[in-house]
Design a protein around this ligand. Structure first.
Ligand code: AMO
Length: 426
């Protein structure tokens, strides 16, 4: 007999069906035992009556035992989903020990403990839904780029040099050489412009040795990176990103309403073009001054913009060169500023991008300004010698997007097995 997934149980069959899964809850009423069976597709109520052959076996079940049953689906208005399966045969495939954490959500468990037993924590419906959504988002991102004939690339994660400034690198021993875990595919996605691919994207892991403990920083996160050639200005990059985000959100609205309803969130307000303000104007908006926005300032700007433009997204442009990496294109009119941007979503930076400096002599000067040794990035600089088109792109943090979309407080909840300053296992 072929296994039936719970969500596919058909009532009209009224014949034996083979189900497999976990015994999520057991309610023993003496003459009658109810079991909630869960598989990856849903839950169903099972029932065994005293006169049934397997009654004693059902009585011995413990929470989360892995079982398979043969049973007959019957209509029962009182059962969740209106279906109940009368157990005919039970086979215990594996027993479960008493659970170290309560994952049902009935009692709240502290996040750190939940993460210690993440495999159990993810049996919780809500927690699993975060990853169902993340998986859909990645699918939507791939379709978006495919439709526009971008090539998906996979660049090295073990690298000789960081791209975003040296302090946040994880050193690793590569045979007898010091190397690092990649901090961003930046150099490589740019080198793909020299390779003539013109339009690339990558979905991959990124490593940052973030020393601070915050609700929005991970040591390992996943980025959606894109880079493309022959742009006129960084406005082209913002337009592509805007299209990407709107396409993701349109698709979520259309195809994932069940998940959105489950979280009971208000769907973000978004409309093209997203508002754009310079960093300078962003500071004016909140009556402050500075060269980069703090977490709290980003939040404040997000709130003000939402009120003013009814948008949950805002581009902040023209960051000073002093807070941007050396490869960033300086603004033609004001060399202290750059043709770069951050995208805030509900008051949190989720994307950074901009135009890159493609002229080798200027790029070298900018590296010098940031005290980066030209020798250490020779492999990258070489790519600018033999025909490098003007180009730009962005890096988009997936976990930050998911967390903001679902109003999740701690970014760790948007990763299966988060890595942070303290956490290396599980
Ligand atoms: P940046 O360093 O701003 O830019 O990173 C891009 C995006 O990645 C996410 N992000 C993080 N998410 C979780 N934990 C972290 N520690 C973390 N650090 C960054 C954010 C951020 O906006 N090379 C450039 C991108 C580019 O210009 O193409 C870069 O890496 O969502």
């Amino acid at each position: 007999m072929e296994r039936t997934y719970i969500s596919k149980i058909k009532m009209e069959e009224n014949k034996e069906t083979l189900l497999k899964g976990w015994a999520e809850a057991i309610r023993d009423l003496g003459n009658l035992i109810f079991v909630v069976l869960r598989d990856c597709s849903g839950e169903v109520q099972l029932v065994a009556k005293k006169d049934s052959k397997c009654f004693d076996e059902v009585k011995n079940l413990r929470r989360e035992d892995v079982i398979e049953i043969k049973g007959i689906p019957i209509k029962n208005e009182k059962a969740p989903n209106g279906i109940e399966v009368r157990i005919v045969e039970l086979k215990v495939l594996n027993k479960a020990e008493p659970l170290p954490i309560e994952f049902s959500g009935k009692i709240s468990t502290d996040l750190s403990k939940r993460l210690d037993y993440r495999f159990l924590d993810l049996r919780n419906k809500r927690n699993k839904k975060i990853f169902e959504l993340k998986s859909k988002i990645i699918y939507f991102v791939r379709s978006f780029f495919n439709d526009r004939e971008f090539i998906e690339v996979h660049t090295p994660k073990i690298v000789a040099q960081g791209a975003e400034g040296g302090s946040e690198l994880f050193p690793i021993l590569y045979y007898n050489k010091e190397s690092y875990l990649t901090q961003s595919p930046q150099f490589y996605k740019q080198m793909m412009q020299a390779a003539g691919f013109e339009k690339v994207f990558e979905i991959g892991p990124t490593y940052r040795a973030e020393k601070s403990h915050t609700l929005r920083h991970l040591s390992e996160f996943w980025g959606i990176d894109s880079e493309f050639s022959f742009i006129e200005s960084y406005e082209d990059v913002m337009r592509l990103l805007e299209d990407l985000i709107c396409s993701i959100l349109d698709n979520i609205k259309k195809n994932c309403s069940e998940i959105i309803n489950y979280f009971g969130i208000e769907f973000p307000e978004y409309k093209k073009p997203f508002p754009r303000i310079t960093l300078n104007d962003a500071f004016k908006l909140i009556d402050r001054d500075g060269t980069d926005l703090s977490t709290e300032e980003e939040k404040l700007v997000g709130e003000r913009i939402k009120k003013k433009f009814k948008s949950d997204f805002i581009f902040i442009t023209k960051y000073p060169f002093e807070v941007r990496p050396f490869y960033t294109m300086k603004n033609d009119k004001n060399k202290n500023l750059t043709d770069s941007f951050d995208l805030l979503f509900k008051g949190m930076e989720i994307v950074t991008g901009g135009q890159r400096e493609h002229r080798l002599n200027i790029l070298k000067e900018q590296a010098n300004e940031k005290n980066i040794s030209l020798e250490s990035i020779k492999f990258y600089l070489d790519a600018f010698k033999y025909g490098m088109p003007p180009h730009g792109g962005f890096g988009f943090g997936i976990e930050r997007f998911v967390m903001q979309l679902l109003n999740i407080k701690n970014i760790r909840e948007a990763v299966l097995f988060p890595r942070d300053v303290e956490r290396l296992i599980p």
